[in-house]
Design a protein around this ligand. Structure first.
Ligand SMILES: [Zn+2]
Length: 113
């Protein structure tokens, strides 16, 4: 279930994302600019499954912590889907252990779409 998008109404004080930030025309425009600037090439190369083809735009400084940079081209970097997922994975973990990588051995299993 999904609530409707109310641009001027931060209902229930949710995150910017929940408020529909990624649906705004302003975001879509800056997103395209970022992709074009980076020539649709993944800038992160974080994931071992990196495709090299940027389809996502990542906020270098998190949107929630720096909403003022949400539409700043300097704060955006183009990346592929896998690397974008990687940023989410890394973000959720405290950076305590470095140099440890989780290697996904199973192949061909589509766990999520
Ligand atoms: Zn990538």
């Amino acid at each position: 279930m999904r609530a409707g998008y109310h641009p001027a109404m931060p209902d229930r004080g949710g995150t910017l994302k929940e408020q529909g930030f990624y649906k705004t025309p302003a975001w879509r425009r800056i997103r395209q600019q970022a992709l074009q600037r980076d020539h649709y090439i993944c800038q992160l190369r974080l994931s071992s499954r990196c495709t090299g083809i940027a389809t996502e735009v990542h906020h270098i400084q998190e949107l929630e912590s720096r909403p003022d940079l949400g539409l700043s081209l300097d704060n955006l970097t183009s990346c592929c889907w896998y690397c974008h997922e990687e940023t989410k994975t890394r973000k959720s973990k405290p950076k305590t252990i470095s140099g440890v990588r989780v290697i996904n051995i199973t192949d061909g299993s589509d766990d999520e779409s």
